[in-house]
Ligand binder design. Structure first.
Ligand SMILES: [Zn+2]
Length: 417
């Protein structure tokens, strides 16, 4: 088993950042011409930050000699882009920066969508912060909703850095489903972009229909979430007084219901907005010397569904040899349809995750199924203990599966070509 790079080995490094994603893919050139490096996301959620990001970026600089062929920012969430510090990355040599089409300032549809997202997020964030400031007790659901919104605001510096190509002449591209690219700078690499779709109908589909996720052990909890329509006026509708009168409740009960409904609809909106941004994730399929690596960002069902319907989806899925598990292993980011079509034992999986700030992540049944499908070649970032760092603990791994190697604050997966 290889444990260092050579001209016949791919290395995928998953950094432990806390709740976030930072993956470095290193591809060998033929002979002793060295390596090309691709960075897929670099961010951590403010409420799930374990304080390793500075060291992570320094490590990326050291092992790549500050040369990155491609930087991919899958979507505009803090936990994927907050580490793109312009000062640090401004000292790198960067070939290309890729973002989803929804970030393209020249695309009218993207600009409208983005304006709406930003305005909604700001409004929600103000509301949640005011509540936190007032010292009022907040429900678990409200805290989770507030964490979802916090993930979306205050990303300006990183976004500007990405849009400007880090001020180092990197070529900035905006990608959509159906694009396929050859990278001149990485001989032998071809890329297929599977998402995000451009059709708003898909972006609006936030949750899987019954039977498509690993959520329901007991049948039918998901439907209420399906009714969320983030861009409609649904969330603004409050029960009218006459509606409440008809219920013949006491004044105090009426007030409680009214408050609860209002607050639920706000939480619902926050979660729906979170999913909408996740669904803008660039989904990239790398093909390199017979290996097929799938990086779906935080794509949730609406994004996956668009390409799962296509005729080549089964071929693509069965050929995958490495999977970056989407959205930290959450409930509806790895459709059953997709995972069941991957070839058992033929692929390995990495999950960058921890259960702070969202205790429902990662989803247990999904983690179990991943282990079965990969024949145990699945690793979670939170199973790694880091010296002098206090961090939420995932399951202890006594023996790493073959191909995986533990580092100071990362896991490597080596693929022999
Ligand atoms: Zn994320």
């Amino acid at each position: 088993m290889p444990d260092e790079l050579d001209s016949n080995t791919i290395r995928i490094r998953m950094y432990r950042v806390g709740f976030g994603d930072c993956f470095l893919v290193s591809l060998p050139l033929t002979g002793d011409a060295g390596f090309r490096h691709i960075l897929v996301d670099c961010g951590v959620h403010g409420k799930g930050n374990i304080g390793t990001m500075d060291e992570v970026v320094d490590n990326i600089g050291t092992i790549t000699d500050k040369k990155l062929a491609i930087v991919i920012a899958t979507h505009a969430h803090q936990d994927h882009i907050s580490g793109f510090n312009p000062e640090k990355f401004g000292k790198f040599q960067i070939g290309e920066v890729w973002m989803p089409w929804t970030e393209d300032p020249k695309d009218a549809k993207a600009a409208t969508l983005k304006k709406k997202h930003v305005a909604l997020a700001a409004q929600l964030n103000d509301h949640f912060e005011a509540q936190a400031f007032s010292g009022a007790r907040v429900s678990k659901s409200r805290a989770a909703a507030a964490a979802a919104v916090a993930n979306l605001v205050a990303n300006k510096t990183s976004l500007q850095a990405l849009h400007s190509g880090f001020g180092v002449d990197a070529r900035v591209r905006f990608l959509k489903a159906g694009d396929s690219l050859q990278s001149g700078d990485v001989p032998g690499l071809s890329l297929k972009v599977l998402g995000p779709p451009t059709d708003e109908k898909f972006l609006a589909k936030m949750d899987p229909p019954a039977g498509h996720s690993y959520l329901r052990l007991d049948g039918n909890r998901v439907e209420s979430a399906n009714q969320l329509r983030p861009f409609s006026s649904k969330w603004e509708i409050k029960p009218t007084d006459s509606d409440l009168q008809n219920l013949r409740l006491s004044e105090a009960e009426r007030k409680r219901i009214k408050d609860e409904v209002a607050s639920d609809s706000l939480d619902g909106l926050a979660f729906a907005l979170d999913k909408a941004i996740n669904n803008t994730s660039v989904v990239t399929l790398f093909a390199f010397r017979g290996q097929v690596l799938l990086f779906p960002g935080d794509a949730q069902y609406g994004n996956w569904e668009a390409w799962l319907q296509q005729s080549d989806a089964a071929d693509i899925l069965s050929s995958v040899t490495f999977l970056k598990v989407a959205h930290h292993g959450s409930v509806n980011a790895t459709p059953k349809d997709a995972l069941e079509q991957m070839s058992p034992g033929k692929f390995a999986a990495m999950v960058s995750t921890q259960s702070t700030p969202w205790p429902s992540i990662p989803r247990g049944p999904l983690m179990d199924r991943l282990k079965q499908q990969t024949k145990n070649k699945t690793i979670r970032s939170d199973s790694l203990a880091i010296k002098d760092i206090k961090a939420p603990k995932g399951p202890v791994v006594s023996k790493l599966p073959s191909g995986f190697v533990k580092g100071d604050f990362w896991y490597d997966y080596f693929i022999k070509l």
